[in-house]
Design a protein around this ligand. Sequence first.
Ligand code: JB8
Length: 259
Amino acid sequence: MRIDVVSIFPEYLAPLDLSLVGKARRAGLLDVRVHDLRDWTTDRHRTVDDAPLGGGAGMVMRPDVWGEALDGLVEQGTELVLPTPSGERFTQRTAERMAATGHVVVACGRYEGIDARVADHYRERGVRVTEVSLGDYVLNGGEVAALVLVEAVARLLPGVVGNPQSLVEESHGAAGLLEYPVFTRPPVWRDLPAPPVLLSGHHAKVERWRRDQSLRRTALRRPDLLQQVPLHELDRDDRHVLEDLGWTFDERDGAVPPG
Ligand code: JB8
């Protein structure tokens, strides 16, 4: 897997040398290349921005500089990713698709963003172009989204995460539920006992308790996720847990939150 990141702040991507991502790179499982956009400027001042057409606050990144940079990096089969607050949500499904792609190029904007013709141009050339947002808040540029993307994608690559079971049991996996709470020793800490069922040695009871916890957490914190779960994936025990929280079930509407 290759990921190119283009930024006017390449030092911002320094954490990609660390931890699991750094290890994956050194192991040759992941080829991450960080580029300085200003390497593709040709003027004395290495200018990457200009005033917005139509007026308004701030500056816009010039399409000509981005075009020179991306022409040298985008190939047949590349997915071009542009972080922007007006993009589609970056989710675990997005990360999974990108991990299955051989090559991703991330174009990190700053200021008021990148001239919109850049995305249009590469789409017209048949490139898959994805404008992505991490969530409903505004950052100063695309670099943090690039860090998130690389980490989320890298850990899905074969051999990067030591125990592949930790990939399937996680929040935002296929089940569409949040993860259950986890505990370790000591069994009592500052007067707080761990749930006794986890020390019972009764595997089936542990599994049921964890499922209940996942359902309760998802219902209370992320009802939007639970509403997406197909009814046939909720068994009688599941429905009892949710009914206690005021949820109902309908052939057409699926799981319906209280109120
Ligand atoms: C200028 O919030 B963000 C984001 C914000 C940005 C740019 C890119 C992404 C470019 N501001 O994800």
